[in-house]
Design a protein around this ligand. Structure first.
Ligand SMILES: Cc1ncc(COP(=O)(O)O)c(C=O)c1O
Length: 396
C-alpha cells in the first residue's frame, strides 16, 4: 500500500475525530423493525430508518424474497441486455407501472443509479436542466455527468426563479426540471402543482425523485403526485425500493414506454451493470402488493407522524414543518447533533444526527423518520428520551 496515501488519509480521519464528526457504524443483529438488537447495546427503538411502512421484515415480503432466491438463484450474473433479465424484473416493472399509473417502468440496482441513468441520457447539448438547490446528492451527481447547454440551480422551491429561468431558454431547447418530491433533509414537499403548471407553459419535462414520497404520501401511498391530485401527470418519476417498498435496495424509473425503452437501450447503469437481484425484485413486488392490499399502513404512518410531532412540540422542541414522514429537529452544530444522537442511543433510541457537509454548517439536525411499525409505547418512550436528553444538553 502506498505509504503517502495512507498517511494523508489517516490525517483526514483524525480531523473528523477531532471535530467530533467521525461517523460510527452501529451493527444491527436483527431485522429492521420498530425495535432492533444492536451489537453492544441490546434492544433499541429505531427512529431513523426509511422502513416507513414496516415492510422490511413483513413475513410475505421476506417469503417472496426466499421464493425468488429458490426460483432464480442468487442473481443475474449479467447485465440486462446480455442475459440478465428474469421474469422477476418484468413482473416487478409491470407492478410499479400499474401502481404509479404510468405506461412503463424500468428498474435499477438503486435510485442513485436510476437518477444517474435518466438525467445524462435525456440530456443533449441543446438541453437546459433546472434543479432545486436542495435536491438529493444523486441528482447533483447525475447533473455532473450530464452535458447540457446550461444548468440552472434555483433556490429551494423558488418558483419565481424557476419561471425566470424557463423564460430565458431559447426556442427549441429541451428543458428538464428535476426536483425531489420530498426533500430528504428538510422533510418538505416540492411545489409540484406549480412546477407542473410552469412546465406546461414552457413545454418543459418534469422529473421527480420521489424516494421519500413513495409509500408515504397520498391516500394510498402513491407518492407526492397522489398527494397533490396529479397522479399520472409527472413525465418521469424516479424512486427507490430501499425505503417504504421493502427496504432492501433498488430503484426505478416510471414513465412512458418510449422513455423506458430509450433508457433500456442507452442508459449506462443499465448497459454496464448487473440487474437487480431477483430476491430483491420479488420482495419489492410483494411489498407493493401488500401496500395495495393494506392502504391503512399509510394512514398508520401518518397517525404516528402526527402523534410524534405533537408530542415533541409539547415538550418544547421545534421540528421543521412538513407533511411527509421526515421530522428534522435543528440543533445547530454538527458535533452537538452527534453528541445528542449518542445520548439518545444511551437512552435506547437510535436516531441519527446529520451535520456538515450533508447540511449547511450551523443547521445540523436530528432527523427523525417515522414508521408504521412503531407502536404508541415506542413513541412514548422516544418522546421521554428526547425530553431527558433535551434537558441534559440544554436543548429544552
Ligand atoms: C431523494 C433520494 N433519492 C435517491 C436516493 C438514493 O436511493 P438508493 O438508496 O435507492 O440509491 C435517496 C437515498 O437516500 C434519496 O433520499
Amino acid at each position: 500500500m502506498n505509504e503517502q496515501l495512507q498517511e494523508d488519509l489517516r490525517r483526514e480521519l483524525d480531523q473528523l475525530r477531532q471535530a467530533g464528526t467521525y461517523k460510527r457504524f452501529n451493527t444491527l443483529c436483527s431485522p429492521q423493525d420498530a425495535v432492533v438488537r444492536m451489537e453492544g447495546r441490546g434492544e433499541v427503538i429505531i427512529l431513523s430508518s426509511n422502513n416507513y411502512l414496516g415492510l422490511a421484515n413483513h413475513p410475505e415480503v421476506v417469503r417472496a424474497g426466499i421464493e425468488g432466491l429458490e426460483r432464480y438463484g442468487a442473481g443475474t450474473a449479467s447485465v440486462r441486455f446480455i442475459c440478465g433479465t428474469f421474469a422477476a424484473h418484468t413482473d416487478l416493472e409491470a407492478e410499479i407501472a400499474s401502481f404509479l399509473h404510468t405506461e412503463a417502468a424500468l428498474t435499477y440496482v438503486s435510485c442513485w443509479n436510476a437518477n444517474e441513468a435518466v438525467i445524462p441520457t435525456l440530456t443533449d447539448a441543446n438541453t437546459v436542466i433546472f434543479s432545486d438547490a436542495l435536491n438529493h446528492a444523486s441528482v447533483i451527481d447525475a447533473m455532473r455527468l450530464a452535458r447540457p447547454a446550461r444548468k440552472v440551480i434555483y433556490q429551494h422551491s423558488d418558483m419565481g426563479e424557476l419561471r425566470e429561468g424557463l423564460r430565458s431558454c431559447e426556442a427549441g431547447q429541451r428543458q428538464l426540471i428535476v426536483t425531489d418530491g420530498v426533500f430528504s433533509m428538510e422533510g418538505d414537499l416540492a411545489h409540484l402543482p406549480d412546477i407542473l403548471e410552469l412546465a406546461r407553459a414552457h413545454d418543459a419535462v418534469v422529473i421527480v425523485d420521489d424516494s421519500h414520497g413513495t409509500g408515504v404520501l397520498g391516500a394510498t401511498g402513491r407518492g407526492v403526485a397522489e398527494h397533490f391530485g396529479v397522479l399520472g401527470e409527472v413525465d418521469i418519476i424516479t424512486s427507490t425500493l430501499g425505503k417504504a417498498l421493502g427496504g432492501a435496495a433498488g430503484g426505478f424509473v416510471a414513465s412512458s414506454m418510449v422513455v423506458c425503452d430509450v433508457l433500456a437501450q442507452r442508459s449506462r447503469p443499465q448497459l454496464f451493470s448487473n440487474a437487480l437481484p431477483p430476491t430483491v425484485a420479488c420482495s419489492a413486488r410483494r411489498a407493493i402488493q401488500v401496500l395495495k392490499e393494506n392502504p391503512s399502513l399509510v394512514e398508520q404512518l401518518r397517525a404516528n407522524t402526527r402523534h410524534f410531532r405533537t408530542r415533541v412540540t409539547e415538550i418544547g422542541l421545534k421540528p421543521l414543518a412538513g407533511e411527509a414522514a421526515i421530522i428534522p429537529i435543528i440543533v445547530g452544530d454538527t458535533a452537538f447533533a452527534m453528541r445528542i444522537s449518542e445520548k439518545l442511543l444511551d437512552e435506547g433510541l437510535f436516531v441519527t444526527g446529520f451535520g456538515y457537509p450533508v447540511v449547511p454548517e450551523g443547521t445540523a439536525r436530528i432527523r427523525v423518520q417515522m414508521s408504521a411499525a412503531l407502536k404508541q409505547e415506542h413513541l412514548d418512550r422516544a418522546v421521554e428520551a428526547f425530553q431527558r436528553v433535551g434537558r441534559e444538553v440544554g436543548l429544552l
